[in-house]
Ligand binder design. Structure first.
Ligand code: ZN
Length: 316
């Protein structure tokens, strides 16, 4: 069976203040908070998911906001930049909007594409790039016109402690195709039309340190549960040590650390976020898996309250 991922399923990062996290991703970037739940391994911490209107694979960024946790440092063995795709012609709008919120914006070029570079409130590195491909988001917030709204991930930049091995893993295990290389980066592409471009700096990087402002892991898409089982075999055959498959409520997951130090996950497209609440109400209530329901009162009492709200800026 030939297995190829369609690209990024989701990216999970650390944060500290949950309300500041919601303000940044929902109010400033205009993403939809598609799920508010808890870290199933640490129920005193939220797990927040932001994406397009449905939280489609390729659009989802997730956070564990851990108040008072340590700050991380970006480096090898991590996703070095999370790239969002916006429609053609939208970069000047975003530059003005972000600046209006007091966010410092830089510009960079890779493979003839212009990137707006900035960080979130914790220092997580983000980029915006204009792309033709990928459906326009049907969700926008904070007065962002739909034709300017973030569509989902354009891709990611992977900081590796062993770029040759990481690049081999992308090609030989995950089925990415190498489409370009210059003096600094190699570029890989998957068959999907969102979350599909991965750039890898050719120079090995010293290890970063996990903590607020860094990415914990990047998940790649598997089409369905059956394919997911095959992925597990393929990962093991390749020489990595995949975890057992775990049910994450909204997808099934397996994890392995690739040779460049980055924690990779493979996650299934189904069942998605409408599994336990209606599409219209996604993200409005705290959702718990059934084994936590008996403890709901206690869990809620331990969490800081959050809400999706308009925040003030002068750039939009
Ligand atoms: Zn994950």
């Amino acid at each position: 069976m030939t297995l190829q991922t369609n690209g990024i399923h989701h990216i999970t990062a650390f944060a500290r203040d949950p309300q500041a996290n919601v303000d940044f991703y929902a109010s400033i970037l205009g993403l939809r908070l598609v799920k508010r739940t808890i870290n199933f391994d640490a129920p005193e911490v939220y797990h927040l998911y932001f994406g397009n209107e449905a939280g489609s694979p390729g659009t989802i960024i997730t956070f564990f906001p851990w108040p008072n946790s340590r700050k991380g440092s970006v480096g090898g063995g991590q996703v070095g930049a999370t790239v969002y795709a916006v429609p053609k012609g939208a970069l000047p709008y975003w530059e003005q909007r972000l600046t209006g919120f007091g966010i410092e914006v830089g510009r960079a070029t890779r493979f003839s594409e212009t990137y707006l570079q900035f960080t979130d409130n914790e220092g997580l590195r983000l980029e915006l790039v204009e792309r033709e491909e990928g459906a326009e988001s049907a969700w926008s917030f904070g007065g962002i016109p739909p034709e300017r709204a973030i569509k989902g991930f354009g891709g990611a930049v992977l900081f590796s402690t062993n770029p040759q091995k990481t690049m081999q893993t992308l090609e030989r295990l995950l089925g990415f195709e190498k489409i370009a290389e210059d003096a600094e980066y190699a570029r890989f592409r998957s068959s999907g039309d969102i979350g599909n471009i991965v750039d890898v700096p050719l120079a090995a990087m010293d290890r970063g340190r996990d903590g607020a402002g860094t990415v914990h892991h990047i998940a790649w898409r598997a089409q369905d549960f059956e394919q997911h089982e095959h992925w597990r075999g393929k990962v093991a055959e390749y020489g990595y040590h995949p975890t057992p498959i775990v049910d994450r409520q909204y997808f099934h997951a397996l994890y392995f650390r690739e040779s460049g130090g980055i924690l990779f996950e493979i996650a299934t497209d189904p069942p998605g976020f409408a599994r336990d609440e209606p599409f219209e109400a996604l993200g409005e209530k705290l959702m718990l898996p059934e084994w936590f329901e008996p403890h709901r009162d206690q869990i809620e009492a331990n969490l800081l309250p959050i809400r999706v709200r308009e925040v003030e800026g002068s750039g939009s």
